[in-house]
Design a protein around this ligand. Structure first.
Ligand code: PHE
Length: 344
């Protein structure tokens, strides 16, 4: 009984003094473990006289219970202390001013492209993209551009091998869409994308630029439909007052072909430097799809017809935002690109 009391005091003292959870766990193993003194006392019971056994056994059980309980209490207290210490150590100063993340802006070419896409989607068009590297067949042959046409000249096009080149116009996508839809599907698509030409860069020329091809094929699609469509687009982009006019032109893949002018959005048509005093700004080429093009793609030109147009995205962006040099789009100077609003 003496030994038991001594053990109790010693254990209580140690458990009271222990400073952390690991130390406490060591003590639990030390006193209450299989090889610990409490267990030893249990074993020693067998040497006691029979009449003393029950009382002693009860005492040992009480001690065991008391120590277990005390260890649990200390465990809670120590866990709380350790948590408090951790919180103290990991404290963050929430009064420090934060770092403001720098937000990028949409590139003006993407803004214009998106605006055009939205506009045409609103008119029921589908947006189709194609490959940048295309067969000569789709870029030229199917566009009714014969082998000796100057547009195929090595001076103008970037060939990869005699049959493959970087597309020089989005008309190459038009030819693929035509072939895929022939012989009897109506079409209403716009095809935006980059195009490439062997050109020396200056304020108005770039060896890489963007176009958006438009193509509508049906059974009764007229030049008047084309004019109405482009007038709607011009009003959306440059204001309700805009007017559109057609001038005769030539493209091998359209007949008749037209050059499309929009009344100047700067001076309203009176004449100013932007429109070079004419009151009109040339914006794109267009026309009725040439019967040869329809035939080569697999359509019956007696039954099907349609119009196509090719919008220069840079040209639109330059007019819309008053940009005077096409090279600004590609030099990625943040002082330039950051002036365009992110969500416009
Ligand atoms: N592909 C012509 C160009 O690059 C533009 C165009 C497209 C003209 C469709 C008429 C019809 O200049």
């Amino acid at each position: 009984m003496n030994k038991l009391e001594q053990l109790r005091q010693e254990a209580v003292e140690k458990i009271t003094e222990v400073k952390n959870l690991n130390g406490l766990n060591d003590l639990r193993v030390l006193y209450l473990g299989k090889k610990g003194p409490v267990q030893e006392l249990m074993k020693a019971m067998k040497d006691l006289p029979k009449e003393e056994k029950p009382a002693f056994g009860q005492k040992v059980n009480e001690l065991k219970k008391e120590l277990s309980q005390f260890i649990e209490e200390r465990k809670e207290a120590l866990a709380k202390l350790e948590m408090e210490a951790k919180i103290e150590k990991e404290k963050i100063d929430i009064t420090l001013p934060g770092r403001v993340p720098e937000l990028g802006t949409m590139h003006p070419l993407n803004l214009v492209r998106q605006e055009l896409e939205d506009l045409f989607i609103g008119l029921g068009y589908q947006v189709i993209e194609g490959d940048d590297i295309v067969d000569d067949l789709y870029c030229f042959e199917r566009a009714n551009i014969p082998k000796d046409h100057p547009a195929r000249d090595m001076q103008d096009s970037l060939y990869i091998n005699p049959e493959r080149l970087l597309r020089t116009h989005t008309t190459a996508i038009q030819m693929v869409v035509l072939e895929q839809s022939a012989p009897d599907k109506a079409i209403k698509v716009v095809c935006p994308g980059k195009v490439y030409r062997r050109d020396d860069d200056d304020a108005t020329h770039s060896h890489q630029f963007m176009q958006m091809e438009g193509l509508v094929i049906g059974e009764h699609v007229t030049l008047a439909d084309l004019k109405g469509t482009l007038e709607f687009a011009a009003k959306k982009l440059f204001g309700d007052e805009r007017k559109v006019r057609f001038r005769p032109s030539f493209f091998p893949f359209t007949e008749p072909s037209v050059e499309v002018d929009v009344s100047c959005h700067i001076c309203g048509g009176k004449g100013c430097p932007t429109c070079k005093g004419t009151g009109w700004i040339e914006v794109l080429g267009a026309g009725e799809v040439h019967p040869n093009v329809l035939k080569m793609a697999g359509y019956d030109p007696e039954k099907w017809n349609g119009f196509a147009f090719g919008i220069g995205i840079e040209r639109m962006a330059m007019l819309k935002y008053g940009i005077d040099d096409i090279r600004h789009f590609y030099t990625n100077d943040k002082r330039f690109t950051s002036t365009f609003k992110r969500f416009e």
